[in-house]
Design a protein around this ligand. Structure first.
Ligand code: ZN
Ligand code: ZN
Length: 241
């Protein structure tokens, strides 16, 4: 599998970047994982709108689904101007109800819950509930003996270990810093990410969901105090597993 970071900003975008979005590819399969603000602009560098196999949303906060409305325009306009476009399968949580995107004749909504496994083009997906102000899920993507773990948005909770266990690559919500702890936490701190990844035996860890007003060097430094196999997710970088 190949993972390309389309957006790594948390909450709102850093200048010239996008909020959460990742492209996972294997052969002809192309899965968009989260679709935050500015993600489509980066996605279309790699895959046309007709080339997506599915969209998987970790949760329904806007920094993870802001571009879904625009994605619907892209599908709709492509179809109207003569290209056959099938409904795009979208895997998502059913709550909060008011945040669920409308299908508008171009999306095929498929609601999942904790522990639900499904398969997209040969890639096995398992959703695992995190702990966040709205229902939010991490995922494990498995293919040909390799596993990608994605935490979605979550504070540190017991299920983070289930998301990460033995993963070859992990993309983690490092939206917090120890220095800026608040109660309750909404995201993990960089140090918590590092410790959880180390305990779960993760081979390589990308710190993502980086909040624009938190210095990235501090995030990296804090995490490396807990584990040496952590790095910042880099925009448009490709990671092979
Ligand atoms: Zn977020
Ligand atoms: Zn969130």
């Amino acid at each position: 599998m190949e993972l390309i970071v389309l957006g790594r900003s948390g909450g709102f975008p850093m200048p010239g970047e996008a909020t959460s979005g990742y492209l996972l590819r294997h052969g002809d399969t192309a899965i968009l994982v989260d679709c935050g603000s500015g993600v489509l602009s980066n996605l279309f560098r790699y895959v046309p709108v007709t080339g997506l196999s599915a969209l998987v949303l970790s949760h329904l906060h806007s920094d993870h689904q802001a571009d879904v409305s625009v994605l619907k325009y892209a599908l709709n306009m492509t179809r109207r101007f003569g290209t056959a476009v099938a409904d795009l399968p979208v895997y998502l949580p059913a709550r909060p109800e008011g945040m669920v995107p409308t299908a508008d004749g171009v999306l095929g909504l498929r609601f999942y819950e904790d522990g639900d496994p499904f398969e997209i083009g040969g890639i096995g997906v398992t959703c695992i509930a995190g702990d966040h102000p709205v229902p939010s899920y991490g995922m494990r993507f498995a293919c040909e003996g390799k596993t990608l773990a994605y935490t979605g948005d979550t504070r540190l909770c017991p299920n983070v270990a289930r998301m990460l266990l033995g993963a070859d690559l992990a993309v983690m919500d490092a939206g917090g810093l120890e220095r800026l702890r608040s109660d309750p936490m909404v995201h993990m701190t960089a140090l918590e990410c590092a410790q959880a990844a180390r305990e779960a035996g993760v081979r390589r860890t990308l710190l993502s969901h980086l909040v624009p007003f938190q210095p990235m060097e501090e995030t990296l430094r804090e995490a490396q105090g807990g584990f040496d196999r952590v790095e910042l997710a880099m925009p448009l970088a490709s990671y092979t597993l």
